[in-house]
Design a protein around this ligand. Structure first.
Ligand code: SAM
Length: 311
């Protein structure tokens, strides 16, 4: 269905947990390892069915860290079985991907995005609080073997923190059939983000002048490549190239609330309607109509971290 600004809302991001096994410096202030809200696979299935009736055809499973849930394959399977859902993808930090890649593929997962901000062990540890880079790299290999496709790496660069590792990340797109996407740092929560840390899409193009535009966007990413590259480099620029007028997303939070926009705190509880399909659908339609025109990151205020909102 269309929202009140005429945007076709077709993409649902489902946060299946607030828990995470990492503690990334830019994500949010809470201790991610603590327990948080989680819906059962059946309830997630019911909600996705109602969303599909409203026109959702693409679902991304996220969190927190979705792979901390031992029933993650069941969740993917239930979502995949919903009429109208054409693709199911998942965003993960990759730490448990080696363990789950094959089963996720079998459960019906199409593709995977893996967050990797550095290929240097000590920088990775500094950013995430955990010494698990090798596990993530093995997870990427396993995802490839399992036939999950496309495989995309998401990287957030911060000046003076991990920006000097950008070349290694670009190199992954050169040597492997992988898309490496640089996401501009967004101002979430109390995590001490200061604007001078942001590495913009233009900074990347200045640093790697050999990247040439492929002339298209896929979702929020503008893609680039270069001679001899097996994969692509994507730039996601929510700060310097606000793409809200093209936004087709809606978010289901781990506690069952629906959040129309990443940039605002407003989220609406639909759990009182969970056992009434028609009311649930109607409520979701009303919430989609409340989606604001665009994010408000430029207001200088704190925003709820992605660890709670679902990245
Ligand atoms: N745990 C999963 C993971 O690490 O991919 C899924 C959740 S995580 C919140 C999803 C994505 O949000 C990650 O790629 C992460 O880099 C991104 N993210 C978190 N905080 C961010 C921020 N302040 N600015 C830009 N991206 C951010």
């Amino acid at each position: 269905m269309k929202d009140s600004f005429g945007r076709e809302i077709s993409y649902l991001r489902v946060s299946v947990t607030e828990r995470c096994n990492l503690n990334c410096v830019y994500c949010g202030k809470t201790d991610c390892a603590k327990k948080g809200a989680e819906l059962s696979p059946e309830v997630i299935g019911k909600l996705v069915r109602a969303f599909a009736k409203c026109g959702i055809n693409k679902v991304r499973v996220t969190g927190g860290e979705p792979l901390v849930r031992s029933d993650i394959c069941e969740i993917v399977k239930l979502i995949r079985a919903v009429d109208g859902i054409k693709t199911v993808s998942l965003t993960t930090n990759g730490v448990y991907l080696k363990k789950y890649a094959k089963d996720l593929k079998q459960a019906g997962l199409d593709s995977v995005n893996i967050s990797l901000d550095s290929t240097d062990g000590s920088t990775y540890r500094h950013l995430t609080g955990a010494d698990v880079l090798e596990k993530v790299l093995e997870g990427i290999d396993e995802a490839e073997k399992a036939g999950l496709s496309p495989i995309k790496i998401n990287a957030v660069l911060m000046k003076g923190v991990n920006s000097d590792g950008a070349g290694e990340l670009v190199n992954l797109a050169k040597t492997r059939n992988i898309d490496v996407r640089f996401i501009e740092l967004m101002p979430f929560s109390d995590s001490g983000i200061d604007k001078s840390l942001i590495v913009t899409g233009n900074d990347i193009l200045t640093q790697f002048p050999f990247l040439r535009p492929l002339g298209y966007y896929e979702g929020t990413a503008e893609y680039y490549s270069a001679d001899g590259f097996a994969g692509r480099v994507g730039l996601i620029n929510p700060i310097t190239k606000k793409f809200c007028s093209e936004c087709n997303r809606i978010r289901l939070l781990a506690d069952g609330r629906i959040k129309p926009c990443l940039g605002y705190e407003e989220a609406y509880d639909v759990m009182p309607f969970i056992d009434d399909e028609d009311k649930l659908e109607n409520e979701i339609r009303n919430i989609i109509l409340k989606k604001p025109a665009g994010h408000s990151f430029e207001d200088g205020k704190k925003h709820e971290g992605l660890n709670r909102t679902g990245g």
